[in-house]
Design a protein around this ligand. Structure first.
Ligand SMILES: [Zn+2]
Length: 439
């Protein structure tokens, strides 16, 4: 009985100890506190609050001693630019980019409110919209720079800029797209860019050297209307369905390559039907005995940088929506496919790109491992900078983390976040002290 009580006491002490020690590691580490503060700003579309997080980031920059300015190319769409001057400002600079906004969240589908930054004392998981995409990297950049300045007394040779931009999640047209066209951007003389990546479910960090370019494709068919009982050629529905069949075949040909393991999802052209519109509405649904004279369909098309856009345009004009079948089409290009010199929008990941070697080495020396460089299946703001011919890598150091961007219950573990700060310390110090051997 006495021994039993003693054991119980020890157990209680052990629980108490583990509770306070874990409580400490979760609550009292300032980088985590600052990360949670940033996560609590509701920057979700359609009405992102940009003012408050920008003020917060400015106060962070001030506490480290960084220069700051905000630019506004479109009213109420601020771009925050923080600068850490290097000892040789004539050298091309390093730009660390992240976006301020996030996609919406449905609070009732979440186990914790999406802008509460709930931090589980048991698991260390921090739940918030934006915790992976991509508020983590903004704070990790700043925490890494803070440590380099205040703890390690590190002095960069190249100037380091941190940009926090609006509207990435809705295409970046009023954000990064405007920024890269500005004199302010040109004056930064950016030589290399780090932008967001994605979580990795294993030990390796993922790194992205290109995005796929999205096209919105709408095909329209016209034809003579007719009685539902009549068989005739060139009806709008028949024409549209022929096209849908052809597009489906093309889609399968691409998907088969993925299924056979010969390419990643992001390395092929995806064509996914997103809407079909046809029929003559009636009070109870649709008129059933009449063939409509118009029909259309919409497709989400994604082109990897290796695809030839002219070839796809020709395929659309000749096969998917040919005028001889009374069809027309519209392609809405949601961003660039080639850079200003007409080259595919991708950053080289071999030794011919010295930035790549420096980056890779820096990750390794921080104890990290990179997976095989990938093309991102979707898009980021990096494409706008690649369009200018600036090498840009997508990288969010989140290993052993489920991929939860845009998903319910998006979270990042505190230890993963802190490891990321360490990785960026190595990456930022290496990139900013890298000087190309002359001659
Ligand atoms: Zn993002």
């Amino acid at each position: 009985m006495a021994a039993g009580r003693h054991m119980l006491l020890m157990l209680a002490a052990a629980i108490l100890f583990s509770f306070t020690s874990s409580g400490k590691s979760h609550e009292e580490r300032e980088p985590i506190t600052r990360f949670k503060q940033y996560l609590r700003f509701n920057t979700a579309h359609p009405n992102p609050n940009y003012t408050a997080p920008v003020s917060f980031l400015i106060s962070q920059a001030q506490s480290i001693g960084l220069q700051f300015k905000t630019l506004e190319f479109v009213p109420n769409k601020p771009i925050l630019l923080l600068t850490w001057p290097g000892s040789d400002p004539s050298l091309p600079s390093i730009l660390l980019n992240s976006h301020l906004d996030s996609v919406p969240a449905e609070p009732d589908k979440w186990s914790h409110p999406p802008f509460s930054a709930f931090h589980s004392p048991e698991t260390g998981q921090i739940f918030a919209r934006g915790s992976q995409d991509d508020k983590c990297i903004a704070i990790q950049y700043l925490e890494a720079i803070r440590n380099l300045i205040l703890v390690k007394n590190f002095k960069p040779i190249r100037t380091v800029h941190v940009s926090c931009v609006p509207d990435e999640e809705i295409g970046g047209f009023d954000g990064m797209a405007k920024f890269v066209e500005s004199n302010e951007f040109r004056e930064l003389n950016v030589g290399f860019v780090m932008d967001e990546g994605q979580a990795s479910t294993n030990d390796d960090f993922r790194v992205f050297y290109a995005d796929r370019s999205p096209w919105h494709l709408i095909i329209r068919a016209k034809g003579a209307p007719g009685h539902g009982s009549r068989m005739f050629d060139n009806g709008a529905m028949e024409n549209l369905m022929k096209s849908v069949e052809m597009i489906t075949k093309f889609r399968e040909s691409q998907f088969d390559v993925v299924k056979a393991g010969r390419a990643a999802n992001s390395e092929v052209i995806s064509v996914n039907p997103v809407y079909l519109k046809a029929g003559i509405p009636s009070p109870t649904g649709f008129v059933m005995n009449m063939q409509p004279s118009e029909a259309k369909a919409g497709f989400d098309v994604r082109l990897p940088p290796t695809a030839d856009p002219d070839l796809i345009r020709r395929r659309i004009a000749e096969e998917w929506a040919p005028a001889i079948r009374n069809m027309s089409y519209e392609i809405i290009e949601k961003g660039p496919i080639r850079d200003y010199k007409g080259r595919p929008l991708m950053t080289l990941t071999d030794d011919s790109n010295p930035w790549w070697s420096v980056f890779k080495q820096a990750v390794t020396s921080a104890g990290g491992k990179l997976g095989k460089p990938e093309i991102l299946a979707s898009t980021t703001d990096a494409r706008y900078m690649r369009q200018l011919g600036i090498p840009a890598l997508g990288f969010s150091p989140m290993a052993n983390t489920p991929i939860l961007l845009h998903d319910h219950n998006e979270f990042l573990k505190d230890t993963v976040f802190l490891k990321g700060v360490e990785v960026y310390e190595s990456v930022i110090s290496s990139l900013s002290s890298f000087v190309e051997p002359s001659g």
